[in-house]
Write a protein that binds this ligand. Structure first.
Ligand code: NAD
Ligand code: UGA
Length: 463
């Protein structure tokens, strides 16, 4: 089947960049990204592509090339579904906040709404692709909804999880380690998989396109995230032991990473992983294991989250202890609020939880992040609902200038590893701070020796 029209439901961190790259690499395919969120779609259509809603290096250039040619952003969901041969579902699948599975299971209400909308609108056969990260066997539920339309339309459900990381989304999409496509082993299922393989093979070498059964594909995505997060919790666990023993976590990580069986990536000790997916996907995995009665499997993976929470709390406790057991009314400056560099995404960022702990201790938090707005910072704290919005507003101030943010501070905490922090005039910052001046480097990005030479009291993770 020659694919000429694709629709993607969900113009978020995955749907937007993924479809922009498909459109760039497949000029013969019309790609329409739809969303219910009018503000988000308006931002994707902003004539100045620097104002698109998601910051990713290289993305605005791709959008500038393809938008209006074969890439479209729209709120006309029904029309896009009707016209497309392939429909990607790329909506959010957050942790449930109510009912059965609250705090653990993935909330599939948005997925189900999409399936029902497709069932209602489709007039001819469609390939429906799960792009969102989903619990294993979700395709069964989607199929059941789609197959009960009674209008004779045939649907093929494929699983095609996305492995991009934020901050490097464009490179990850242009040169993926692999593309995973799961589908039915029936002739129709194989034909659908082949159609999607053809789309990707416009730029991805075919030996990197892996086809599997649907359940393997769905479960591989949760497994990949669990393994990645597990490495971070493992190295963070060792960072605490390093602090007690005089070993240095960076040296330990380097030494073990040179073992080709372990490898060097994802061994950076930190204040804890954030982001919208690691915690959500592991909790979901734990929930699935429990629902099959596999309690040892569930406990094993839950430990990754327990360790991560411990690491965040350990960081904020360390600040309070070092500042003579009180941070009350002390200005503590956060450099970085995003969950990692090169993104404006703050979901589950460690900064939010560290700030929450310190505000409980009556600290005054100053924040500088090159890409995160003051509105977003307050929204993140208010979302935790640990205190009134007025209290948060009184406790946090955001700055557009990092030097001003650090002026008169008792301590600086590095919460995101933005490259620009390395190039600051640290002598100037030191001179303007209260003394003794402390730096808590939650990402081990600064030069400890240089900072100590200036006079800072420097504490990195695991050193
Ligand atoms: P997001 O919240 O940024 O975007 C989801 C979008 O879907 C929102 O704009 C929302 O308005 C829209 N939406 C929800 N229901 C809708 C409906 N019925 N019709 C139309 N639009 C609807 O989420 P995201 O970060 O892009 O994540 C999407 C999925 O991809 C999740 O399952 C996530 O686990 C997975 N994922 C995310 C990443 C990442 O880096 N963010 C990477 C890999 C996989
Ligand atoms: C992660 C995965 O890397 C992607 O493959 C996956 O597609 C995505 O989740 C998803 O499913 O959403 P992402 O969360 O965007 O991507 O970013 P990562 O680079 O994985 O970083 C996650 C967190 O771990 C960040 O807070 C980062 O600072 C932290 N991290 C990462 C460490 O603390 N140490 C490391 O060595 C690496």
């Amino acid at each position: 089947m020659e694919i000429t029209k694709i629709c993607c439901i969900g113009a978020g961190y995955v749907g937007g960049p993924t479809m922009a790259v498909i459109a760039q690499k497949c000029p013969h395919i019309q790609v329409t990204v739809v969303d219910l969120n009018e503000e988000r779609i308006a931002a994707w259509n902003d004539p100045n592509t620097d104002n698109i809603p998601i910051y990713e290096p290289g993305l605005s250039e791709i959008v500038a090339t393809a938008r209006g040619r074969n890439l479209f952003f729209s709120t006309a969901v029904d029309q896009a579904i009707d016209e497309a041969q392939i429909i990607f579902i790329s909506v959010n699948t957050p942790t449930k906040t109510y009912g059965k599975g609250k705090g653990m299971a993935a909330d599939l209400k948005y997925i189900e709404l999409c399936a029902r909308q497709i069932a209602r609108v489709a007039k001819d056969n469609k390939i429906v692709v799960e792009k969102s990260t989903l619990p294993v066997r979700t395709a069964e539920a989607i199929k059941s909804i789609l197959d009960h339309t009674g209008n004779g339309v045939q649907f093929q459900i494929l699983s095609n999880p996305e492995f991009l990381a934020e901050g490097t989304a464009v490179t990850d999409l242009l040169q993926p380690d692999r593309i995973l496509i799961g589908g039915d082993t029936t002739p129709e299922g194989k034909k659908a998989m082949e159609a999607l393989v053809q789309v990707y093979s416009n730029w991805v070498p075919t030996d990197k396109i892996l086809t599997t059964n649907v359940w393997s594909s769905e479960l591989s995505k949760l497994t990949a995230n669990a393994f990645l997060a597990q490495r971070i919790s493992s190295v963070n666990a060792m960072s605490e032991l390093c602090e007690k023993t005089g070993a240095d976590i960076n040296e330990v990580a380097k030494a073990i990473g040179m073992d080709s069986r372990i490898g060097p990536k994802f061994l950076k000790a930190s204040v804890g992983f954030g982001g919208s997916c690691f915690q959500k996907d592991i909790l979901n995995l734990v929930y699935i294991a429990k629902s099959y009665g596999l309690h040892e499997v569930a406990d094993y993976w839950e430990q990754v989250i327990i360790m991560n929470d411990h690491q965040k709390r350990r960081f904020s406790n360390g600040i309070v202890q070092t500042l003579y057991n009180t941070v009350s009314d002390k200005k503590i400056t956060f450099l970085g609020w995003a969950f990692k560099k090169d993104t404006n995404d703050t979901r589950e960022s460690a900064a939010i939880f560290v700030a929450d702990d310190l505000i409980n201790e009556h600290a005054k938090i100053a924040v500088y992040d090159p890409k995160v707005s003051s509105k977003k910072i307050l929204e993140d704290l208010n979302y935790l609902a640990t205190r009134s919005p007025e209290h948060n507003q009184d406790s946090v101030t955001s700055y557009r200038d990092p030097y001003e943010a650090c002026q008169d501070a008792h301590a600086i905490a590095i919460l995101t590893e933005w490259d620009e922090f390395i190039h600051y005039d640290w002598q100037k910052i030191f001179d303007a701070m209260q003394k003794p001046a402390f730096i808590f480097d939650g990402r081990n990005v600064l030069d400890a020796a240089q900072l100590r030479a200036i006079g800072f009291v420097y504490q990195g993770i695991g050193s």
